[in-house]
Design a protein around this ligand. Structure first.
Ligand SMILES: [Zn+2]
Length: 599
């Protein structure tokens, strides 16, 4: 294995050239590749054009024919997004764009074969290209094609897009595929191209919940941005259980970038890349394809962002300072393009962000958006587990001592499970947890989490066959953030049954047992059902999921109502279910009814 990610770069990338005054300039490869070499990366895979049959995995055949026509005759009448503006035609544009796609596809294949663990394609990440339309400097969607390549092998893909622009093309091309989870952090479409990427773009049909968008306001700054990445990516990776991570590391969120306004630093960009590396190792067997993306401060920002991304995959710290030879080599060009002075270090000085480049209001809005995304798109069990300290999503490997079935194993079908009204920690420790019962994709993590929950005072009903736990209904006490308001109120955080025992009334029986237990204890039970609550390996269509959740809740004596407007605006199928114990005080009734508004 090479010392660090396989670096995908070759002369054909330089041919992707919209002209001297276009922001996406091949000028960036000179300083970028030289800095990568200075930190130890050597080009190891030179991109060659992808075959038409490969491009056709996602692109329309007549669109490819159109690109070929412009390639021969750039003067043709503008069509399919190609023409004056963002995506002008140029001679040889098909070969150039197909080479970028070929680079990402071959890099994916190197990872799939196990030749390398990580690969990095700085010229890739052309995430705006659509099925039959060029957009935002992108002709063919190399990242979406690399994902399609992994899907052809049946692998589940987590895609993380850190470019300042919404990853609309990748989202659109995999919008109805429940096996691809896309997460995009970007400047809001209200102020920036392409104008999309709002929280309510959740995915379609059975893929609802697999399209995640975190729109941030201009001048948001590095801390809120990094906090968003930290509190969303590992959590969703744990829920989704990817086989491979693909990421796009556009450098255009930087405060010096001329096209956008998020005011990030290279320090934050590097830290986000290291987080993606950790997520790949913990949740995807180490398989990680990273690409570049936008970035239009060609001398001051892009080379450092590229080097930091590669170093993240090499598991090495950046040197303290930029090599003086590199700075000497590029100082003149930087001055010519009005990018002076060149910085001294890989990381930015903390003083880089000034009052003019940061907005406290945008930071507050970022927190609200992240909270909404977590409420709607992270399974309740994982959100509560993290808040209550049952589990840390971005730390270490799960304990190997955990008793849980590998995903393929299951207890013998045919026999009837027994519903146990009040599971204890001791019982769970004697039982193995079947796969695909509750939220974490890895049943070992689910088992650990369940054990920690019961120790912390959670109440669970379970379905047991022999040594196996094949169903769980779990209620967590209160909300740590609002102990007074949630006194006497528990939240239903998980309700699930292993695939072989579904549609047999088991979930209703467990939920009834839990509701009865709540009555005995005089405590209320509240549930929020969103698109996050699904079997990620074989999700039902969105409307069916909602119907099942509603009838389960009603059959168990809960009252179903609409979700609060803030949640419903993001997820129209979200529902609240409430059970109040008989004889509850007006005070408890009020608190249980009020709780959904605090979510
Ligand atoms: Zn790594």
């Amino acid at each position: 294995m090479p010392d660090g990610p396989l670096l995908v770069y070759g002369p054909r990338s330089l041919a992707y050239d919209f002209g001297p005054n276009h922001p996406l300039s091949p000028r960036r490869f000179g300083p970028g590749i030289e800095l990568l070499r200075a930190v130890g990366a050597e080009p190891g895979l030179a991109p060659e054009p992808a075959a038409d049959a490969e491009l056709e995995w996602l692109h329309a055949a007549d669109y490819i024919a159109t690109v070929r026509r412009f390639s021969r005759d750039p003067g043709g009448k503008p069509v399919a997004g190609i023409g004056p503006g963002d995506d002008p035609a140029f001679p040889g544009m098909h070969d150039a764009a197909a080479s970028v796609a070929g680079g990402s596809i071959r890099a994916m294949e190197a990872i799939l074969r196990g030749d390398v663990e990580h690969a990095y394609h700085p010229g890739g990440g052309l995430h705006h290209a659509m099925r039959a339309r060029a957009s935002g400097f992108c002709i063919y969607n190399d990242v979406a094609l690399a994902i399609a390549r992994a899907r052809r092998d049946g692998l589940r893909v987590l895609y993380v897009d850190l470019d300042v622009h919404h990853g609309d093309g990748v989202q659109a091309l995999h919008y109805d595929d429940p096996g691809v989870l896309t997460i995009s952090f970007h400047e809001s479409g209200r102020s920036l191209f392409p104008g999309s990427g709002f929280v309510d773009e959740l995915g379609e049909g059975s893929a609802a919940g697999t399209s995640i968008n975190v729109p941030l306001e201009p001048l948001c700054g590095p801390e809120p941005w990094l906090a968003a990445v930290r509190t969303i990516v590992p959590q969703l990776a744990a829920a989704f259980g990817p086989d491979i991570v693909v990421s796009q590391h556009g450098a255009d969120g930087h405060v010096w970038d001329p096209l956008a306004h998020l005011s990030l630093t290279t320090t934050a960009i590097g830290e986000a890349a290291r987080l993606v590396d950790r997520v790949a190792h913990r949740y995807a067997g180490g398989r990680w394809l990273a690409t570049g993306g936008g970035g239009y401060a060609v001398y001051r920002v892009v080379p450092r962002a590229w080097a930091l991304t590669w170093l993240a995959g090499a598991h090495r710290e950046a040197p303290a300072r930029l090599p003086s030879e590199w700075r000497a080599r590029w100082a003149g060009d930087a001055a010519r393009w009005d990018e002076t002075p060149l910085p001294a270090g890989f990381d930015d000085l903390p003083s880089l962000a000034s009052e003019r480049s940061l907005s406290p209001a945008a930071a507050v809005r970022a927190k609200e958006t992240v909270s909404l995304v977590r409420t709607v798109l992270v399974p309740a069990l994982l959100g509560v587990a993290e808040e209550r300290g049952w589990w840390r999503p971005d730390e270490g490997e799960p304990e190997t001592a955990a008793r849980a079935a590998p995903a393929a194993e299951a207890p013998p079908a045919g026999s009837d499970p027994t519903v146990v009204a009040d599971l204890t920690t001791e019982m769970v420790e004697r039982l193995a947890l079947s796969a695909r019962v509750v939220a974490p994709a890895d049943p070992r993590v689910a088992w650990e989490l369940l054990r920690a929950a019961l120790r912390d005072g959670a109440v669970a009903a379970g379905a047991v066959i022999g040594e196996w736990l094949v169903g769980i209904a779990l209620a967590a006490p209160g909300a740590p953030a609002a102990p007074a308001q949630t006194d006497g109120v528990d939240r239903l955080v998980a309700l699930g049954v292993a695939p072989a025992w579904r549609r047999s009334g088991l979930a209703t029986a467990m939920l009834r047992a839990l509701v009865d237990e709540q009555d005995r204890r005089g405590r209320a039970l509240v549930a929020l059902h969103t698109v996050a609550e699904r079997d990620v390996f074989d999700p039902l269509p969105r409307a069916v999921r909602r119907g099942v959740a509603e009838s389960l809740a009603r059959a168990s004596g809960m009252i179903v109502t609409a979700a609060p407007p803030r949640i419903a605006a993001a997820d129209t199928d979200a529902r609240i279910a409430i059970h109040i114990p008989p004889g509850a005080s007006p005070d408890l009734r009020a608190r249980a009814g009020e709780w959904p508004n605090s979510l």
